[in-house]
Write a protein that binds this ligand. Sequence first.
Ligand SMILES: [Mg+2]
Length: 215
Amino acid sequence: MTTAPVWLFDLDNTLHDASPNIFPHINRSMTAYLERHLALSNDEANALRMHYWRRYGATLLGLMRHHATDPHHFLQETHRFERLHKLMVFDRALKAMLKKLPGRKIVFSNAPRAYIDAALEVMGIRGLFDDVVGIEALGMQPKPGIAAYRKIIRRYRLEPRRCIMVEDTAVNLRTARMLGMRTVLVGAGTRHPAYVDVKIRSILKLRRAAGSLYG
Ligand SMILES: [Mg+2]
C-alpha cells in the first residue's frame, strides 16, 4: 500500500521567477520604508536593509528587534503591487503539472499571506493547494528557523517522513531534512548538498523527478 505524500511548496523562485520584477520591487519598497520610518538617506537605508537581511535572514526581523517596527504594517507597505499580473514570470504548464501530482499540497512561504494568495491567483493555481502558510502564520519566524517547521507540522498534524519540501533556497531544505522530510531543490545552480534528495532545474520537472520519493 502506498500513501500519498504531503507537498510543502515555497513560493518565490520556486513556483515562479521573482528575480526579474518582484524582488527588485520589494527591495526598493523596503529601502523606501526604511528611509521614511528611520529618517535615513537612500544609501543608508539600502545598506541597513542588506545588513539586516544578512544578519537575520530577513530585513523584517532586524526592524522588529532594533526599531520595534510593526510587522504587519511593514509587510503591507513593502508588498504593494499595482499590477501584479504584469510583473509575474511563470510557466503556464505549471498548473497541469501540479494537477497531476498526487497528495496534499501546502504553500509554505516566508512572504506575507495576501501577496502569496495574489500570486497564486495570477498563476491560476490557488485552488490546487489545500492551504497557504505565510509569515504571519509562522509568528513572523521565517524558514530556515526550526520554529517555522514545527508550527506547520503541528498545525496540519504532518508526519515529516511523508512530507516532500520543494524550495529554491538550499538552507531551508537543511532544516526540513533534519526533521525527516524529503527534499527537492529547484534552480539552475550546480550545488547539490547532501541534504537534497532531488535537484531539478525547473519546477515543471517535479513530477517526473520526484517519482522516486514516494509511491
Ligand atoms: Mg524561494
